[in-house]
Design a protein around this ligand. Structure first.
Ligand code: ATR
Length: 282
């Protein structure tokens, strides 16, 4: 029951009505008997400054930010944690008495998802794509002390720009490449492959995957951050050679778990988030 003491958290985005975060967080609040409620806020581009100011004055406890607000929100916060500062984007805000602190749990979510199957430390990892998701995941991997990160992108120049940003802050072995033959050669001794592009996402699930089974091996861990459909073409290719697969839902679940812990100090059960998400995805 919502009372005068109920803590309010939520998500600001445009669009926001299809967000899967409200059911995941509310299921966990219910299960753990925590007096919080999580609601969606439809905040249009241009209205974020006043929305954050309103959240502060109304005593909102925390927020998630989604498209198009993850970068702009930094202007309205008092502090950033290390990952958010490095990535240059915020998906989670915690409000306390007198300050608003920004965090980024997107990369954390991807790393936790992969670590359900293997440690990333000292591993060679190839990331396909060079957009916001690739940026969050690659910085978090470097914070997790991976051995080598290669960014592979359709537009090679964009991959090299991201590689240069990473190089400014880390001594780790880093590289950039296009989606060509070189990618096949590099994959031969790669431990983890992560797709951050929208290739294979509904309604284009029949498009050719960014990497096919002839370039994969059985010791590879393949993570597709696309979660609709759950079994993407890329993960089916991985299955053909007996590689380990990590579904896109896992990153979504763990980014939420990271935010939940930041707001409440409590680590919620993964299964509660997973069950709520699977119910929504049908
Ligand atoms: P996000 O912020 O969600 O990561 P984004 O910034 O739009 O999304 O980045 C999308 C990434 O997917 C880009 O790296 C893009 O490649 P380009 O830099 O060449 O545009 C990549 N991408 C999108 N559609 C693609 C396709 N059909 N094939 C290969 N890569 C694709």
């Amino acid at each position: 029951m919502i009372t005068g003491k109920t803590g309010l958290v939520g998500i600001m985005g445009d669009p926001v009505e299809h967000s899967l975060s409200p059911p995941m967080h509310n299921a966990a609040f219910h299960q753990l008997k925590l007096d919080y409620v999580y609601v969606p806020f439809h905040v249009k581009r241009g209205n974020l400054a006043s929305a954050i100011e309103g959240a502060r004055t109304m005593g909102i406890k925390g927020l998630n930010l989604t498209i198009p607000h993850k970068i702009e929100v930094i202007n309205y916060l008092d502090e950033l944690d290390e990952a958010a500062e490095l990535i240059g984007a915020v998906n989670t805000v915690k409000f306390t008495e007198n300050k608003a602190v920004g965090y980024n749990t997107d990369g954390f979510g991807a790393v936790k998802a992969i670590e359900e199957t293997t440690s990333v430390q000292d591993k060679k990892i190839i990331i396909i794509g060079a957009g916001g998701a690739a940026r969050a995941i690659s910085f978090q991997l470097l914070l997790s002390r991976v051995g080598e990160v290669l960014i592979a992108n359709r537009t090679r120049e964009k991959a090299c720009n991201l590689r240069d940003d990473l190089k400014e802050r880390f001594n780790t072995s880093l590289g950039c490449l296009g989606l060509d033959d070189e990618l096949g050669i590099e994959l031969e001794d790669t431990d983890v492959l992560i797709n951050t592009t929208p290739v294979g996402m509904h309604p284009h699930q029949d498009d050719k995957p960014v990497v096919t089974s002839d370039m994969m091996h059985s010791d590879l861990v393949v993570n597709d951050i696309v979660y609709n459909p759950l079994e993407t073409g890329l993960l089916r290719e991985a299955g053909k050679v007996g590689a380990t697969t990590v579904h896109g839902t896992k990153m979504l679940i763990y980014q939420g778990i990271g935010a939940f812990r930041i707001w409440t100090g409590i680590n919620p059960p993964v299964e509660v988030f997973e069950t709520a998400l699977m119910r929504e995805l049908g």
